[in-house]
Design a protein around this ligand. Sequence first.
Ligand SMILES: Nc1ncnc2c1ncn2[C@@H]1O[C@H](COP(=O)(O)OP(=O)(O)OP(=O)(O)O)[C@@H](O)[C@H]1O
Ligand SMILES: [Mg+2]
Length: 264
Amino acid sequence: MGDTTGEFVGTGLYKSYAGAGADTPAAPVLADCSFHFEAGKLNVVMGTSGCGKSTLAYLLAGYQTPDRGTLLIDGEPVTGAGSDRLLVFQETALWPWMTVEENVLFGPVSRGQSRQSARPKANALLDRFGLADFKDKYPSQLSGGMMRRAELAQALVNNPKVMILDEPFRGLDVMTRELMQEYYLKLFEDTRLSTVFITAELEEALFLADRIYIMSDAPSRIVKIIDVDLPRPREISCTATRRYAELEQEALTALYEGRELEAL
Ligand SMILES: Nc1ncnc2c1ncn2[C@@H]1O[C@H](COP(=O)(O)OP(=O)(O)OP(=O)(O)O)[C@@H](O)[C@H]1O
Ligand SMILES: [Mg+2]
């Protein structure tokens, strides 16, 4: 962690899904989508529901391949999934029959590391995320926020060079969500772990991001980049500053540009 690898460069990416029937045309989701997600930065991608955010996450993680265009990580084409690029989903990735600690040990052990040698790092991460007293519990015994923290530990134990988070805190209540954002912010500010964080929430984007990449509606591409120059380390109080309000206005304008506001 902390070295500056994990840079993504996408150029002219296209992605379609086949239609429901043989005569249904493929619907383009991404069209001419280009970006440069710098290493060591907290890159946030924002867009409305259904615009193709998860599709982009799957391409970055190597779970799917683009129809056209190039996608590079640290200058090399992305070919398939790897533990160097970990995708944390909005749905839980914890195995229900394993304890929290076993879940976190799963990655290193499945790659041949002994439990004993993997345990110190796993436990340090559980400690960092306030789960030391819950490591022997099963996922069903955890709250939603604890599950999200266990998933972060489960991903980070593999020493990824980039974290891809696809709306990881969606569905949590407001207080828990804010707490989770603070956990991730602190982790990022301590390690500068390259991050692509996908969200549909502007407040979350502004609080976390170095840069916000705004996607258009499908067929989507990046239409606007906003540099979030709020100083780090950030506290929640930064959301009450004048600069925050200016950035919020800039982002709102970009998000609504070209869209008809529904009559209320
Ligand atoms: N496997 C698939 N097969 C066919 N269509 C798909 C598939 N996955 C996604 N789509 C379609 O592609 C479009 C983009 O989906 P995607 O999940 O990438 O959007 P999203 O921005 O992540 O949405 P959300 O905010 O709801 O998570 C949607 O219209 C969706 O129905
Ligand atoms: Mg999605």
